[in-house]
Design a binder for this molecule. Structure first.
Ligand SMILES: Nc1nc2c(ncn2[C@@H]2O[C@H](COP(=O)(O)OP(=O)(O)OP(=O)(O)O)[C@@H](O)[C@H]2O)c(=O)[nH]1
Ligand SMILES: [Mg+2]
Length: 322
C-alpha cells in the first residue's frame, strides 16, 4: 500500500535532517510520528521511527553515565568557535586577554597555560568565541587538545615573530596539524579542509620582529598572516574582523509583521543559508508552515517578496510569511 505521506510529514522529516543534537532529533522524530497518516501502509515506518527514538534515548542515557567533565571539550557559544594553537610563550593568552574579558594567565615563562580557557570577543553586534589553549611543542601535544582543534570552527595559529625561530616553528606546527588530520593543505599550499585557519604573527612591537615577519610572509605567501601586538594593539581590529569572516557565517534579523526588525540579537547562519534555514532556526514548526518571506537588505527592492529557497546575505532582515 502506498504510504501517502503529507507535506507536514515531509517538513518534520526535513527538521530531523537539520537536527544537530540528540534532543532536536528526538523532537523531530516525535513530530514525524504525530503527523504520519495512521494506516496499514505506514505501519512499518511508524515502527521504524519508534525504534529510532528509543535508540537515541538509550544512547543519551549511556553517554550521561560515561560523560565526565572534560576540560578539552569546550562548549560552543556565539557566532562560532576559534581555537588558538601555538608554541609555548608565543602570546596566545595575551591575545585572548586583550580581545575578550576572559581571565587568562599571561606569563613570561613557557607552559603557563595548562587547560583551555574560553572567552567571548565582541564583534559589531555579535560575539566570537576564542579559546586559549596550553602550548604544543613537537614532542609535547597535550592529550585531548587535538580533539579541541578538530571540533573548532576555525583555528588561529600563533607564532612569535620576535623570535628568529618563527619560520621553523610555523612549519613544524603546520606539519603536526596535518599529520593529525586537523588541517589539510594542497600541494600548492592552499587550505583545503577540514578546519580553516589564519596565522597571527605576534609581538610585532618588538624591535627586529618586522624583519622576521617579512621573511615569514615571503616564504609562506599562500598563508594569510596577520601582524599583531597584544602589547601595542597593532593589527587587533583587522584580526577581529578576519576572525569573524573566517567563520563563514551571516547575521540575519527577524521581523514580525507590522513591527520594526529585532536588531538586538542576530540569528547566526552558515553562509549560503536560505529563508527556509532561517525559519528552522526561529522555530521548529516554521519550515512546514512557511510560504514565502519579505527581505530587506541585500535584495534588490526593500521588502521584496522572496521564495522559501531564497539565499540570504549578511545583514538581511526577514519577515516570514507563514
Ligand atoms: N612585547 C610583547 N610581548 C608580548 C606580547 N604578547 C605577549 N607578550 C609577552 O610574552 C610572554 C608570553 O605571553 P603569553 O600570552 O603568556 O604566551 P602563551 O603563548 O599563552 O604562553 P603559554 O601559555 O606558555 O603557551 C609574556 O611575558 C607576555 O607579556 C606582545 O604583543 N608584545
Ligand atoms: Mg598561555
Amino acid at each position: 500500500m502506498p504510504a501517502n505521506l503529507t507535506p507536514q510529514y515531509h517538513a518534520a522529516e526535513e527538521a530531523f535532517r537539520r537536527a544537530r543534537t540528540a534532543e532536536e532529533k528526538i523532537a523531530a522524530l516525535q513530530e514525524m510520528l504525530a503527523v504520519i497518516p495512521k494506516h496499514k501502509g505506514t505501519e512499518k515506518l511508524q515502527a521504524d521511527i519508534k525504534r529510532r527514538i528509543a535508540r537515541l534515548r538509550e544512547e543519551g542515557k549511556k553517554k550521561s553515565k560515561t560523560r565526565g567533565y572534560n576540560p578539552f571539550n569546550v562548549e560552543k557559544q556565539g557566532a562560532g568557535q576559534i581555537v588558538l594553537a601555538g608554541y609555548p610563550n608565543t602570546g596566545k593568552s595575551a591575545l585572548v586577554g586583550v580581545l575578550t574579558r576572559a581571565k587568562v594567565k599571561v606569563a613570561d615563562y613557557p607552559f603557563a597555560t595548562s587547560l583551555p580557557v574560553a572567552g567571548m570577543m565582541p564583534y559589531e553586534d555579535t560575539y566570537v568565541q576564542l579559546v586559549d589553549t596550553p602550548p604544543i611543542a613537537p614532542d609535547n601535544v597535550p592529550p585531548g587538545l587535538i580533539g579541541t582543534f578538530k571540533e573548532a570552527d576555525a583555528l588561529l595559529l600563533v607564532v612569535d615573530v620576535s623570535s628568529e625561530e618563527c619560520l621553523e616553528q610555523l612549519e613544524q606546527l603546520l606539519e603536526m596539524l596535518q599529520q593529525r588530520e586537523v588541517i589539510d593543505l594542497s600541494e600548492e599550499g592552499e587550505i583545503v579542509a577540514p578546519v580553516p585557519f589564519l596565522v597571527a604573527a605576534t609581538k610585532v612591537d618588538v624591535p627586529g620582529a618586522a624583519e622576521n615577519l617579512e621573511v615569514l610572509r615571503e616564504l609562506k605567501e599562500d598563508l594569510e598572516i596577520l601582524a599583531v601586538s597584544a602589547e601595542s594593539g597593532i593589527g587587533l581590529e583587522e584580526l577581529r574582523k578576519r576572525l569573524f569572516e573566517i567563520l563563514n557565517v551571516i547575521r540575519v534579523y527577524g521581523k514580525a509583521p507590522g513591527r520594526p526588525a529585532d536588531k538586538e540579537k542576530p540569528f547566526i547562519l552558515k553562509r549560503g543559508s536560505s529563508v527556509l534555514d532561517f525559519a528552522a532556526e526561529v522555530h521548529r514548526d516554521f519550515p512546514r508552515r512557511l510560504k514565502s518571506a519579505l527581505v530587506w537588505g541585500s535584495s534588490r527592492f526593500q521588502g521584496q517578496a522572496v521564495p522559501r529557497d531564497h539565499i540570504l546575505e549578511d545583514g538581511d532582515i526577514v519577515e516570514l510569511q507563514l
